[in-house]
Design a protein around this ligand. Structure first.
Ligand code: UDP
Length: 440
């Protein structure tokens, strides 16, 4: 690994800790030269006027989920470009994450609304966090603040308005709950710019000129994505009672209804009649502090698996202390014959990119983020039900040549569109635009 992350407390130690700084070492962007020479050049150029600028990224967890995964790499690369990027994670009271997970679900289109009591509790806790974080930020004279997702949205509004701020939305808001978006609107409107992963996520009332559409990216050199052989990967899986010579399908995702692990199990059951020695791995290691639903939902998924010995559920982080989460995910994505990501909503879906990078044929759900990545039938497949998913699993397992062809196209697509240099350059363009606008 080129970078390492260690955390250190910088919150007010006298009170309970309400935020923490995650220290990240620089990762040289030069490592990407052989994959995207022009992209590296463009990123370096975009950084010219940002050298020495202090940029604070603020989110709600440093592990588990796509935002944490992205921030590790983004901060490391920004630092190597001599931008003084830093990363703060808020540490709210437990019930806060229950409310923000509800906000997340409502924004992704779940029916319901936020009660007055929940709105108040969200605001009160946000102001409590802001009370500690704002003096810290003032002392550190930021040039720019980037707030990631709704958890720290209101906290970001409490930072004095002379510091420009960007709101980076990572989730699928193509069909948001009207009540929730209206509740958040006055806060969102206080941001100088909005970054979304796709056009369809932008609220119609947010000034078009201030919206930047930036699709996520992966780090091909990380422990999770570096090249390992299928033999090495299968050897790792053997230690977890997976049979290396029998077909494997897998979905790597937090246990969350939007990821539709139940649909994946249904697809497995349908396939099992035709491929009796099939094994299914569902990998959702509990890590994310901001996802309190995962544990409960895991139990529902477990019940649906009905104790089938060929369905392997991975959730307990203690099982991965030795090998590490990232190498285990790498092994699963590398060793599998087919990767599923049957999400019904997906802001982007880094797990899809990660598997495509490893040359896998991915069967994804018909969700916006997956449509951004997969061209159906060319570099992966998009399905809307378990029956179609099952048909494709059978086709791909029985025809490894087809799986390899799709996987090769998938890998090519990742190199072309979803690597860090392009991502960093587009983010720096957004920073430059906001700083320039603020100068006027
Ligand atoms: N992930 C992981 N371990 C797990 C499950 C997921 O490291 O057990 C990672 C996965 O490899 C990916 C990220 O978490 O990097 C999930 O990002 P994605 O955008 O797919 O979904 P999100 O969780 O942000 O909704």
């Amino acid at each position: 690994m080129i970078f390492t992350a260690t955390s250190s407390v910088v919150g007010d130690m006298q009170q309970s800790m309400v935020f923490e700084e995650i220290k990240i070492l620089p990762q040289s962007i030069g490592a990407y030269r052989h994959l995207d020479k022009a992209g590296v050049k463009r990123a370096i150029l975009a950084a010219t006027h940002l050298k020495g600028k202090r940029v604070f990224h603020i989110n709600s967890t440093e592990k588990g989920g796509g935002v944490a995964e992205m921030l590790k790499g983004q901060v490391a690369l920004e630092r190597s470009l001599k931008i003084d990027s830093r990363w703060l994670v808020i540490r709210p009271k437990e019930e806060f994450f229950q409310i923000t997970k509800k906000i997340h679900n409502l924004l992704q289109g779940k029916a319901g609304f936020l009660s007055g009591k929940e709105q108040r509790a969200y605001l009160v806790e946000s102001y409590r966090i802001a009370k500690s974080i704002v003096p810290f930020l003032k002392k550190n004279s930021p040039d720019l603040i980037v707030i990631h997702d709704p958890q720290p949205l209101v906290v970001g509004c409490e930072i004095p308005s002379e510091v420009p701020r960007i709101f980076r939305l990572h989730i699928d808001t193509s069909t948001p709950s009207a009540n929730t978006i209206e509740f958040l609107r006055p806060f969102l409107e206080r941001y100088n710019a909005l970054i979304v992963s796709g056009d369809e996520y932008s609220p119609s009332w947010f000034s078009k000129k201030k919206i930047h559409v930036i699709m996520p990216s992966i780090d091909p050199f990380s422990e999770k994505n570096r090249r390992i052989s299928v033999e090495e990967a299968r050897e790792i899986l053997m230690q977890f009672n997976i049979h290396p010579d029998r077909p494997i399908i897998a979905q790597v995702s937090r246990f969350d209804p939007w990821k539709d692990p139940m649909g994946v199990i249904d697809a497995y059951y349908r396939t099992k009649n035709k491929i009796p020695d099939l094994q299914l791995l569902l990998v959702g290691i509990f890590q994310a502090y901001d996802d309190p639903e995962a544990l409960q939902y895991f139990e529902t998924v477990k019940r649906h698996a009905k104790g089938d010995p060929d369905i392997h559920l991975f959730s307990d982080p203690r099982r991965f202390v030795e090998i590490g989460n990232d190498m285990f995910v790498n092994a699963v994505q590398t060793a599998s014959d087919v990767i599923l990501q049957k999400s019904t909503r997906e802001g982007f879906g880094l797990t899809v990119t990660e598997a495509m990078w490893k040359g896998k044929a991915v069967i994804g759900g018909d969700a916006s983020g997956i449509r951004f990545q997969i061209k159906n039938g060319k570099d992966g497949f998009i399905v809307s039900d378990a029956k179609k998913a099952s048909r494709l699993i059978i086709k791909l397992i029985k025809n490894p040549g087809l799986a390899a062809k799709i996987g090769k196209a998938a890998q090519k697509k990742v190199v072309k569109k979803f690597l860090r240099p392009r991502y960093i350059k587009e983010n720096l363009d957004a920073y430059n635009a906001v700083l320039k606008q603020n100068k006027k």
